[in-house]
Design a protein around this ligand. Structure first.
Ligand SMILES: NC(=O)c1ccc[n+]([C@@H]2O[C@H](COP(=O)([O-])OP(=O)(O)OC[C@H]3O[C@@H](n4cnc5c(N)ncnc54)[C@H](OP(=O)(O)O)[C@@H]3O)[C@@H](O)[C@H]2O)c1
Length: 321
């Protein structure tokens, strides 16, 4: 039987630093086709904090352990289920629960990790890389796309988007909030700062934009696109929706919303495996290269959450359960 479990738990919805607690968790009996994974590492992503605030309360049962991403080793499998993954390193996907020592999930959600992919590479191989790969595949077929703009350009996903777009011969413009020394010689062909009053004019009508900011700045980014441009909205870092008038003001735009979970929950096992194989290759070639800011023990999770928000551009905080 697995040993004692401990993790970061939300007993109520609210601001993460107010409501999350680190505590012992009762272990559960495995159901058929379920596995217990001893978590090795799990990053703190913006999307992990959203359900804690109660934003998805209709599909989030309390109490729960956050953490949509991570890597671990399968420590136990239900006695009547396939034992072949026992002892293997896997990325458990499809549910929260990464921020604990022992995560229980269905075997079908366990993606095996190749031996040459390190724990730190594996733990960040899912949410952002898979989203970037799927969005770029879906929206760059049109050969008329010459320039793409990406906001929150210092984020982990934006850096991967920049590399993938460049590999397709598309010119990239990164939108940051304010200038920092590391933006010079970064992977962007051009950078623009929203702290400068003329940032929208500087964009000069690009063909494609990826927005994870929403609110006024996301809306302005959409409105900056050329006639008939394409706008992909995949996040809400401001916590504010796009201005509803956008759809009336710019009926010429194609506006798409992207959520990785919508794809993951309908994809066949072979499609998931093939998407991960693609990401593992992109990690090997350095196209996906997620920066790590700090690794912290589970007991320091609240400090990690604070750092993940205040110093996001310095890289991911990794919890070591
Ligand atoms: N739809 C999906 O399926 C999906 C999948 C993956 C990721 N996402 C979304 O993608 C976004 C980025 O995720 P990540 O893990 O790559 O983030 P991250 O590495 O934690 O970086 C966050 C970045 O956002 C910037 N930022 C924070 N608040 C901002 C604001 N109000 N306005 C403009 N910029 C702001 C920060 O820049 P500075 O502080 O330096 O300015 C930082 O560079 C999140 O919204 C996440 O939910 C969505």
């Amino acid at each position: 039987m697995p040993s004692q479990n401990r993790g970061v738990v939300a007993h109520q919805f609210g601001q993460p630093l107010d409501v999350l607690q680190i505590e012992d968790i009762a272990t559960v009996d495995l159901e058929p086709n379920a596995a217990t994974i001893r978590m090795i590492a799990s990053p703190i992503n913006p999307s992990d904090l959203i359900p804690v605030t109660g934003a998805y309360r209709s599909r989030t049962a309390l109490p729960f352990v956050p953490g949509f991403e991570g890597v671990g080793v399968i420590e136990a499998v239900h006695a009547e289920s396939d034992q072949s993954l026992l002892g293997k390193r896997v990325i458990p996907i499809g549910s929260a629960g990464g921020w604990q020592k022992l995560k229980t999930t269905s075997l079908r959600w366990c993606i095996p990790v190749p031996d040459d992919i390190s724990d730190l590479k594996a733990t960040t191989a899912y949410i952002n890389p898979l989203t970037a790969v799927r969005m770029v595949e879906a929206h760059t077929e049109d050969s008329k796309i010459r320039t793409a703009v990406v906001n929150a350009a210092g984020s982990a996903i934006a850096r991967t988007l920049a590399q993938l777009l460049r590999n397709k011969g598309i010119r990239t413009v990164g939108v940051f909030r304010k200038p920092k020394a590391e933006h010079v010689n970064s992977q962007w062909d051009e950078v623009v700062y929203t702290s400068e009053g003329t940032w929208v004019e500087q964009l000069r009508g690009a063909d494609l934009a990826f927005d994870c900011v929403g609110g006024t700045d996301g809306t302005k980014l959409a409105e900056s696109l050329r006639y008939g441009g394409r706008f992909i909205h995949y996040g809400l870092l401001t916590g504010q929706p796009l201005t509803p008038q956008l759809w009336e003001n710019r009926p010429d735009l194609t506006i798409d919303l992207f959520r990785l979970r919508d794809w993951v929950h309908v994809a066949h096992t072979h499609e998931l495996q093939s998407a991960f194989d693609q990401v593992f290759d992109l990690i090997r070639s350095g196209v996906v290269d997620t920066h790590i800011q700090e690794e912290l023990p589970l007991e320091d999770a609240l400090r990690g959450i604070e750092l993940s928000v205040t110093h996001a551009s310095e890289g991911k905080i990794i919890l070591r359960p």
